[in-house]
Design a protein. Structure first.
Length: 282
Protein backbone atom coordinates (compact mmCIF):
# COMPACT_ATOMS: atom_id res chain seq x y z
CA UNK A 1 0.00 0.00 0.00
CA UNK A 2 1.11 3.56 -0.64
CA UNK A 3 1.52 6.06 2.20
CA UNK A 4 -1.63 7.82 0.96
CA UNK A 5 -3.58 4.55 1.17
CA UNK A 6 -2.22 3.83 4.63
CA UNK A 7 -3.18 7.35 5.74
CA UNK A 8 -6.71 6.79 4.47
CA UNK A 9 -6.86 3.46 6.30
CA UNK A 10 -5.68 5.24 9.46
CA UNK A 11 -8.45 7.81 9.17
CA UNK A 12 -11.07 5.17 8.51
CA UNK A 13 -10.03 3.35 11.68
CA UNK A 14 -10.20 6.57 13.71
CA UNK A 15 -13.63 7.44 12.26
CA UNK A 16 -14.92 3.96 12.99
CA UNK A 17 -13.48 3.44 16.48
CA UNK A 18 -12.96 6.87 18.05
CA UNK A 19 -14.82 9.86 16.61
CA UNK A 20 -18.25 10.34 18.16
CA UNK A 21 -20.64 13.26 18.72
CA UNK A 22 -22.71 12.40 21.82
CA UNK A 23 -23.22 16.06 22.74
CA UNK A 24 -23.72 17.47 19.25
CA UNK A 25 -20.06 18.10 18.44
CA UNK A 26 -17.08 15.79 17.66
CA UNK A 27 -15.39 14.39 20.73
CA UNK A 28 -12.03 15.95 19.86
CA UNK A 29 -13.54 19.47 20.01
CA UNK A 30 -14.09 21.74 22.99
CA UNK A 31 -17.86 22.16 23.30
CA UNK A 32 -17.45 25.55 24.97
CA UNK A 33 -15.51 26.96 22.01
CA UNK A 34 -17.43 27.68 18.77
CA UNK A 35 -14.31 27.73 16.61
CA UNK A 36 -13.17 24.39 18.01
CA UNK A 37 -16.51 22.76 17.21
CA UNK A 38 -16.76 24.32 13.73
CA UNK A 39 -13.21 23.32 12.78
CA UNK A 40 -13.69 19.81 14.14
CA UNK A 41 -16.88 19.35 12.10
CA UNK A 42 -14.97 20.50 9.03
CA UNK A 43 -12.29 17.90 9.60
CA UNK A 44 -14.93 15.21 10.14
CA UNK A 45 -16.69 16.05 6.87
CA UNK A 46 -13.45 16.05 4.91
CA UNK A 47 -12.50 12.66 6.32
CA UNK A 48 -15.89 11.27 5.32
CA UNK A 49 -16.72 10.07 8.82
CA UNK A 50 -20.16 8.74 9.61
CA UNK A 51 -20.33 10.11 13.12
CA UNK A 52 -22.26 8.11 15.66
CA UNK A 53 -23.73 9.53 18.84
CA UNK A 54 -22.85 6.87 21.39
CA UNK A 55 -20.07 8.09 23.65
CA UNK A 56 -16.55 6.72 23.90
CA UNK A 57 -14.80 7.27 27.23
CA UNK A 58 -11.98 9.79 27.06
CA UNK A 59 -9.41 7.24 28.23
CA UNK A 60 -10.66 4.71 25.67
CA UNK A 61 -10.44 7.31 22.89
CA UNK A 62 -6.86 8.06 23.91
CA UNK A 63 -5.87 4.40 23.96
CA UNK A 64 -7.45 3.75 20.58
CA UNK A 65 -5.72 6.81 19.14
CA UNK A 66 -2.37 5.45 20.34
CA UNK A 67 -3.05 2.04 18.81
CA UNK A 68 -4.25 3.46 15.48
CA UNK A 69 -1.22 5.74 15.26
CA UNK A 70 1.16 2.91 16.12
CA UNK A 71 -0.41 0.65 13.48
CA UNK A 72 -0.10 3.36 10.82
CA UNK A 73 3.54 4.08 11.65
CA UNK A 74 4.46 0.40 11.69
CA UNK A 75 2.91 -0.26 8.28
CA UNK A 76 4.29 2.94 6.78
CA UNK A 77 7.79 2.34 8.15
CA UNK A 78 7.80 -1.14 6.63
CA UNK A 79 7.08 0.49 3.26
CA UNK A 80 10.14 2.70 3.84
CA UNK A 81 12.37 -0.14 5.04
CA UNK A 82 14.80 0.44 2.17
CA UNK A 83 15.42 3.97 3.47
CA UNK A 84 16.09 2.89 7.06
CA UNK A 85 16.78 -0.85 7.24
CA UNK A 86 16.75 -2.63 10.57
CA UNK A 87 14.66 -4.81 12.84
CA UNK A 88 12.16 -2.59 14.62
CA UNK A 89 9.94 -3.07 17.66
CA UNK A 90 6.71 -1.08 18.18
CA UNK A 91 4.56 -0.96 21.28
CA UNK A 92 1.91 1.12 23.06
CA UNK A 93 2.17 -0.75 26.36
CA UNK A 94 3.55 2.16 28.43
CA UNK A 95 7.11 0.84 28.21
CA UNK A 96 9.56 2.43 30.66
CA UNK A 97 12.59 3.97 28.94
CA UNK A 98 14.85 2.20 31.45
CA UNK A 99 14.32 -0.91 29.34
CA UNK A 100 16.27 0.64 26.46
CA UNK A 101 19.99 0.89 25.86
CA UNK A 102 20.37 4.66 26.33
CA UNK A 103 18.43 4.69 29.60
CA UNK A 104 19.14 1.37 31.33
CA UNK A 105 21.17 3.15 34.02
CA UNK A 106 17.95 4.79 35.25
CA UNK A 107 16.71 1.45 36.59
CA UNK A 108 19.77 1.23 38.86
CA UNK A 109 19.36 4.88 39.85
CA UNK A 110 15.73 4.27 40.78
CA UNK A 111 16.69 1.41 43.10
CA UNK A 112 19.26 3.60 44.86
CA UNK A 113 16.94 6.59 45.15
CA UNK A 114 14.03 4.73 46.70
CA UNK A 115 16.30 3.20 49.34
CA UNK A 116 17.31 6.68 50.42
CA UNK A 117 14.51 8.99 51.54
CA UNK A 118 16.67 12.08 51.27
CA UNK A 119 17.61 11.34 47.68
CA UNK A 120 14.02 10.44 46.86
CA UNK A 121 12.79 13.79 48.12
CA UNK A 122 15.33 15.59 45.93
CA UNK A 123 15.22 13.56 42.72
CA UNK A 124 11.72 12.07 42.80
CA UNK A 125 10.93 9.48 40.13
CA UNK A 126 9.82 11.49 37.12
CA UNK A 127 12.95 10.66 35.12
CA UNK A 128 11.54 7.18 34.30
CA UNK A 129 9.42 8.16 31.29
CA UNK A 130 6.80 5.79 29.86
CA UNK A 131 5.95 7.10 26.36
CA UNK A 132 2.59 6.38 24.70
CA UNK A 133 4.33 4.77 21.71
CA UNK A 134 7.92 3.60 21.54
CA UNK A 135 9.90 2.40 18.55
CA UNK A 136 13.07 0.48 19.30
CA UNK A 137 15.76 -0.98 17.09
CA UNK A 138 17.27 -4.37 17.79
CA UNK A 139 21.09 -4.60 17.80
CA UNK A 140 22.54 -6.43 14.80
CA UNK A 141 24.62 -9.59 14.64
CA UNK A 142 28.06 -9.73 13.05
CA UNK A 143 26.52 -11.93 10.34
CA UNK A 144 24.18 -9.08 9.43
CA UNK A 145 27.02 -6.55 9.55
CA UNK A 146 29.08 -8.70 7.18
CA UNK A 147 26.14 -9.59 4.94
CA UNK A 148 27.32 -7.77 1.82
CA UNK A 149 31.07 -7.81 2.43
CA UNK A 150 33.51 -8.47 5.28
CA UNK A 151 33.33 -5.51 7.63
CA UNK A 152 34.40 -6.79 11.03
CA UNK A 153 35.84 -10.00 12.46
CA UNK A 154 34.86 -11.60 15.73
CA UNK A 155 38.43 -11.34 17.00
CA UNK A 156 38.99 -7.76 15.82
CA UNK A 157 39.72 -5.54 18.81
CA UNK A 158 37.65 -2.65 17.45
CA UNK A 159 34.05 -1.40 17.64
CA UNK A 160 33.68 -3.20 20.97
CA UNK A 161 31.56 -0.56 22.72
CA UNK A 162 28.84 0.39 20.25
CA UNK A 163 25.42 -0.90 21.31
CA UNK A 164 24.40 -1.47 17.68
CA UNK A 165 26.69 -4.52 17.60
CA UNK A 166 24.86 -7.37 19.34
CA UNK A 167 28.10 -9.09 20.32
CA UNK A 168 29.11 -6.19 22.57
CA UNK A 169 26.46 -6.81 25.22
CA UNK A 170 25.88 -10.02 27.20
CA UNK A 171 22.17 -9.14 27.22
CA UNK A 172 21.56 -6.73 24.31
CA UNK A 173 18.79 -4.19 24.81
CA UNK A 174 16.66 -2.41 22.26
CA UNK A 175 17.96 0.99 21.21
CA UNK A 176 15.23 3.61 21.65
CA UNK A 177 14.61 5.09 18.21
CA UNK A 178 11.48 7.16 18.87
CA UNK A 179 9.32 8.33 21.77
CA UNK A 180 5.86 9.38 20.61
CA UNK A 181 3.33 11.19 22.79
CA UNK A 182 -0.28 10.90 21.61
CA UNK A 183 -2.76 13.63 22.56
CA UNK A 184 -6.30 13.11 21.27
CA UNK A 185 -6.95 16.67 22.47
CA UNK A 186 -4.73 19.32 24.04
CA UNK A 187 -5.61 21.36 27.08
CA UNK A 188 -3.07 23.63 28.78
CA UNK A 189 -2.72 21.31 31.77
CA UNK A 190 -2.08 18.30 29.52
CA UNK A 191 0.69 19.75 27.40
CA UNK A 192 3.25 20.26 30.13
CA UNK A 193 3.75 16.57 30.92
CA UNK A 194 4.75 16.01 27.28
CA UNK A 195 7.44 18.69 27.58
CA UNK A 196 8.60 17.25 30.92
CA UNK A 197 8.94 13.80 29.38
CA UNK A 198 10.89 15.26 26.46
CA UNK A 199 13.32 17.06 28.77
CA UNK A 200 13.92 13.87 30.75
CA UNK A 201 14.66 11.98 27.55
CA UNK A 202 17.13 14.68 26.51
CA UNK A 203 18.92 15.05 29.85
CA UNK A 204 19.10 11.48 31.07
CA UNK A 205 20.33 9.63 28.00
CA UNK A 206 23.64 7.83 27.59
CA UNK A 207 23.90 7.59 23.84
CA UNK A 208 21.99 8.95 20.84
CA UNK A 209 18.85 10.97 21.40
CA UNK A 210 15.71 9.26 20.09
CA UNK A 211 13.16 11.09 17.97
CA UNK A 212 10.82 12.91 20.39
CA UNK A 213 7.49 13.85 18.82
CA UNK A 214 3.82 14.36 19.61
CA UNK A 215 0.75 13.39 17.56
CA UNK A 216 -2.60 15.07 18.13
CA UNK A 217 -6.13 15.50 16.77
CA UNK A 218 -6.62 18.87 18.50
CA UNK A 219 -8.59 21.21 16.19
CA UNK A 220 -7.46 24.58 17.61
CA UNK A 221 -4.03 25.80 16.42
CA UNK A 222 -3.71 28.06 19.46
CA UNK A 223 -3.77 24.94 21.64
CA UNK A 224 -1.47 22.96 19.38
CA UNK A 225 0.96 25.86 19.76
CA UNK A 226 1.30 25.01 23.46
CA UNK A 227 3.31 21.98 22.30
CA UNK A 228 4.63 23.03 18.91
CA UNK A 229 6.10 26.44 19.67
CA UNK A 230 8.98 27.06 22.02
CA UNK A 231 12.57 25.97 22.43
CA UNK A 232 12.36 22.67 20.61
CA UNK A 233 11.94 20.16 23.43
CA UNK A 234 10.14 18.07 20.84
CA UNK A 235 11.37 17.45 17.30
CA UNK A 236 7.97 18.38 15.89
CA UNK A 237 4.21 18.02 16.44
CA UNK A 238 2.18 16.01 13.93
CA UNK A 239 -1.53 16.42 13.28
CA UNK A 240 -3.58 13.39 12.32
CA UNK A 241 -5.21 15.33 9.45
CA UNK A 242 -3.26 18.49 8.69
CA UNK A 243 -4.58 19.40 5.18
CA UNK A 244 -8.13 18.77 6.37
CA UNK A 245 -7.45 20.96 9.41
CA UNK A 246 -6.12 23.83 7.29
CA UNK A 247 -9.12 23.75 4.94
CA UNK A 248 -11.51 23.67 7.90
CA UNK A 249 -9.83 26.67 9.53
CA UNK A 250 -10.14 28.63 6.30
CA UNK A 251 -13.85 27.71 6.14
CA UNK A 252 -14.60 29.27 9.51
CA UNK A 253 -12.66 32.41 8.54
CA UNK A 254 -10.86 32.62 11.87
CA UNK A 255 -7.79 34.71 11.00
CA UNK A 256 -6.19 34.36 14.43
CA UNK A 257 -6.27 30.57 14.26
CA UNK A 258 -5.06 30.60 10.64
CA UNK A 259 -2.15 32.91 11.50
CA UNK A 260 -0.96 30.62 14.29
CA UNK A 261 -1.41 27.61 12.00
CA UNK A 262 0.80 29.20 9.33
CA UNK A 263 3.43 30.20 11.87
CA UNK A 264 3.73 26.58 13.06
CA UNK A 265 3.76 25.05 9.57
CA UNK A 266 6.10 27.63 8.02
CA UNK A 267 8.31 27.41 11.09
CA UNK A 268 8.59 23.60 10.66
CA UNK A 269 6.97 22.93 14.02
CA UNK A 270 3.77 21.29 12.75
CA UNK A 271 3.43 18.57 10.10
CA UNK A 272 0.97 15.97 8.89
CA UNK A 273 0.95 12.39 10.17
CA UNK A 274 2.06 11.26 6.69
CA UNK A 275 5.34 13.14 7.21
CA UNK A 276 6.20 11.26 10.40
CA UNK A 277 7.31 7.88 8.94
CA UNK A 278 9.64 9.74 6.57
CA UNK A 279 11.03 11.83 9.44
CA UNK A 280 11.59 8.66 11.47
CA UNK A 281 13.73 7.35 8.60
CA UNK A 282 16.19 10.23 9.04
Amino acid sequence: MTIAQLRQKYHQQICREIIRAPKGYPNFADGSNKSSCAIAWGVVRRLGCEVREQAVKEQTAGERFETSTKDFLQEAFIALQHLRPGEWHYTTIQTAISGFEQYEHLADLEKIVWKNNELASVLGGDYIVKPDIVIGRRPVSDEEINKKQPVIGRDDDIATLTPLRQLNRPAPRLILHASISCKWTIRSDRSQNTRTEALNLIRNRKGPLPHIVAVTAEPLPTRIAALALGTGDLDCVYHFALPELEASIKDVKNEDQLDIFKIMVDGRRLRDISDLPFDLAI
